[in-house]
Design a protein around this ligand. Structure first.
Ligand code: COI
Length: 367
């Protein structure tokens, strides 16, 4: 047992699991594992974690999360493709980003031990239901909400950390068509764009709906100060191959520092690519697609993995088709990353973590 913490397993978990079956079509985030992890904090002190049947949570209608968006979350994955036991991908990095989000929102941090207890216990108990085909995984959604019932604007004195999980496929099948958002911005410098909180995603929905009506899958956001430089997509980072260099917008303070983004940068360098984190002008990118200097573009994210981009549309109705779709660099990076995550290839970076034995149910035999 690590530390002095022990998770309480509530009545009904085993029955809920026994009646659960993976559907034939998984999609993304549709089917939920029928149990969840939950722990409450009062004045920043976390209590005992509980594994309980999945279901609605009781929340006072004046809870701060409902009025002042006191919420932060992570998206991470457990894999069981090449091995009988689940592994997690870079869980310490996710725990660290979770803590950064907590600090920006003035909410209590979840210590790494408690974060690991939540994702580790849920993953270990869900292990028999983690899908085993390539590109499939258990998508884990840890999140914290401010639960104090009080309409005054202030920091919630009570908070709940929950982890729910969904056996899933990649977020977006096939290539994406993206539309440059020239008017709205997603996040301000000095705001919350660099952390993972629901408000950033809420702010992207109107633009996404407009993009859909014009036949596009996603908005491509520009910087909030000048609206001239590329930031990211609503839930993914952006990459383009320009004259043989792999380019991605440098972290500006309003871009989410994606863990897949970071992994792809390291992986690409290790495969011999020149990688540049830089200011990327949207007008230059569109010109470069037009004149052939930009050969391919793709998006990256935990949920998305690597999603090729087939076309970039501009507000004036012009469309720029990428010459290579899907591009060879996107495809080779996706293969290499999935190879490590799914256990087919060596992991020279030390990114893949097995689960500690003590997270498993007593009845499970873990070799
Ligand atoms: C993730 O990739 O984990 C995210 O949180 C993005 C979300 C739009 C699914």
């Amino acid at each position: 047992m690590s530390g002095s913490r022990q998770v309480a397993i509530e009545a009904g978990v085993e029955q809920a699991l026994a009646g659960f079956q993976l559907p034939e079509q998984l999609g993304f985030g549709v089917t939920m594992i029928p149990m969840m992890y939950c722990v409450e904090a009062t004045d920043g002190v976390w209590g005992q974690g509980r594994l309980m049947p999945y279901g609605p949570i009781e929340l006072d209608p004046s809870a701060k999360v409902l009025h002042y968006a006191q919420e932060y979350f992570e998206g991470m994955k457990a894999y069981k493709v090449e091995s009988p036991h689940a592994t997690l991908f870079r869980p310490e990095r996710h725990a660290a980003r979770f803590a950064t989000s907590a600090r920006r929102l003035c909410m209590p941090e979840v210590p790494e031990e408690v974060f690991m207890e939540g994702v580790g216990t849920l993953t270990a108990w869900a292990e028999p239901y983690i899908p085993g085909n390539t590109c499939q995984s258990l998508y884990l959604r840890p999140f914290v909400i401010g639960t104090q019932p009080n309409l005054g604007l202030g920091v919630s004195s009570t908070n709940t950390f929950l982890v729910v999980a969904s056996p899933s496929e990649a977020y977006h099948a096939g290539s994406m068509r993206v539309l440059v958002e020239r008017n709205d911005t997603r996040a301000a410098v000095g705001g919350t764009g660099a952390v993972k909180t629901g408000g950033n995603y809420a702010a992207s929905l109107l633009s996404a709906a407009n993009a859909k009506t014009k036949g596009y899958d996603q908005s491509l956001w520009l910087d909030p100060m000048t609206r001239t430089n590329i930031e990211e997509l609503s839930g993914m980072n952006f990459f383009a191959m320009i004259e043989g260099r792999l380019c991605t917008p440098k972290l500006s303070g309003s871009i989410l520092p994606g863990i897949t983004r970071d992994s792809l940068i390291e992986l690409a360098r290790s495969l011999g690519h020149e990688v540049s984190e830089e200011t990327m002008s949207i007008d230059e990118l569109l010109a470069d697609i037009g004149n052939g200097r930009c050969s391919e573009a793709f998006a990256s994210g935990t949920a998305a993995v690597v999603s090729p981009i087939s076309a970039v549309g501009d507000g004036d109705g012009t469309e720029y088709a990428l010459p290579e779709d899907p591009g060879p660099v996107a495809m080779s990076l996706k293969d290499a990353l999935l190879g490590i995550q799914e256990g087919r290839q060596e992991d020279p970076f030390g990114w893949v973590r097995p689960l500690d034995r003590h997270f498993y149910p007593a009845s499970a035999q873990v070799a």
